[in-house]
Design a protein around this ligand. Structure first.
Ligand SMILES: Nc1ncnc2c1ncn2[C@@H]1O[C@H](COP(=O)(O)OP(=O)(O)O)[C@@H](O)[C@H]1O
Ligand SMILES: [Mg+2]
Length: 353
């Protein structure tokens, strides 16, 4: 078993290459944070992007859902697959974490345990029994054995908690990469470590004020560069390849920021287009709130309109059919309920980041 050292790292981390890459990654992230502010109601981006991330982060762990299942689960429709439920739990865990960080301005060990509990829907908490190993999925060969002893794990987590919350001299994005590696190496839970670790990444950026709301999701990048993700996690340990690992994570931040900026711009343009279309072609229904509802989820239902616009079911249903006749929405019937898809938004998110 390799012994994990407490943070901070003692070796030189901010090499020339790392510093150079950190500049462009930070620039892209700052632009993303600015662009996210153009969407009027932050719940719109939080809701739509978090589902995408929940799907992708779970897919890294081979929990595969289709978009259709995903949105069904988001609407609490029964008969969704277990995978879709897990994705739903991921979303809930991430949003809980966001609320905790916003309220307390801290990201504590107990928060991390709470987040993992929401994700896994159990309160097993930190590993108490030995036996957790990381294995090669194909060969079954043990690649890495994390610490087995409860007290060791707790001490390492306490050290990580200080590292996360106390200022240090390194660039926050470099720290995020270090923290992710350390967390995955401690591997404090029986399951859900990968997903919890990726939730910590985004919460750390919020904690350090690099992002106002959770909109930077690295899982799509990680999926497309998955062999490198696993290889580098391991090679930091076996060959001390910190520089490569950190460059990998910085590139993930930079590329994902650029893609997300484009996606948000597209959503914003679509909102304006939809707003113009409704106000000119269906002026009787038009309100800013209505447009927001249509973008809050890629699927809308009658209740959303009733609740937010304070109108009767009958009126809400009339609004939705008019929007459907106009081509903005498309209705689908699932069991006894009708759902209305915002067709173009759905397409954007599916292609999206
Ligand atoms: N060699 C390794 N060293 C450290 N962490 C690793 C290694 N290989 C994989 N991991 C991490 O372990 C995660 C899988 O752990 P697991 O507890 O099953 O999480 P989840 O249930 O979210 O899949 C991967 O996503 C990755 O972050
Ligand atoms: Mg797992």
């Amino acid at each position: 078993m390799n012994k994990i050292k407490n943070l901070p790292l003692t070796q030189q981390i901010e090499t020339q290459k790392v510093l150079k890459k950190a500049i462009s990654a930070n620039r892209a992230l700052a632009n993303l944070n600015g662009v996210a502010r153009i969407i009027p109601n932050s719940a719109i981006l939080i809701n739509s992007l978090v589902l995408q991330e929940a799907k992708d982060s779970s897919a890294i762990e081979n929990i595969i859902t289709t978009h259709d299942e995903l949105y069904r689960a988001n609407l609490d429709i029964e008969s969704v697959t277990n995978e879709a439920k897990e994705v739903q739990n991921y979303k809930e865990a991430l949003l809980r974490g966001f609320a905790l960080v916003k309220d307390t301005k801290l990201l504590l060990k107990k928060h991390i345990v709470e987040i993992q509990g929401v994700l896994e829907k159990n309160d097993a908490g930190v590993r108490k029994q030995a036996g957790t190993n990381l294995k090669n999925a194909q060969t079954g060969e043990v690649i890495y054995t994390p610490p087995q002893d409860y007290e060791t794990i707790q001490n390492l987590l306490t050290n990580l908690e200080s590292y996360i919350n106390e200022p240090n001299e390194l660039d926050p994005l470099v720290n995020m990469a270090i923290i992710h590696h350390q967390f995955e190496s401690i591997h404090p839970f029986y399951d859900g470590n990968g997903r919890t670790g990726r939730i910590i990444n985004i919460l750390y950026l919020i904690l350090k004020d690099l992002l106002d709301i959770p909109v930077l999701y690295l899982s799509r990048y990680i999926i497309t560069h998955k062999p490198d993700y696993y290889r580098l996690l391991q090679e930091v340990r076996t060959e001390d390849k910190w520089e490569e690992w950190i460059l990998y994570m910085l590139d993930a931040v930079e590329q994902t920021s650029l893609e997300t900026i484009e996606l948000i711009n597209n959503i914003s343009e679509l909102m304006i287009k939809t707003q113009d279309k409704i106000s000119s072609e269906l002026p009787k229904l038009y309100s800013k709130d209505l447009v927001e509802i249509l973008f809050m989820h890629p699927y809308t239902k009658i209740e959303f309109l009733v609740d937010r616009l304070h109108i009767t079911r009958k009126t809400a249903s009339k609004y939705l059919s008019e929007l459907e006749n106009n081509g903005i929405l498309k209705n689908i019937q699932i069991k006894n309920s009708k759902y209305f898809i915002n067709v173009e938004l759905f397409d954007l998110l599916r292609k999206g980041i």
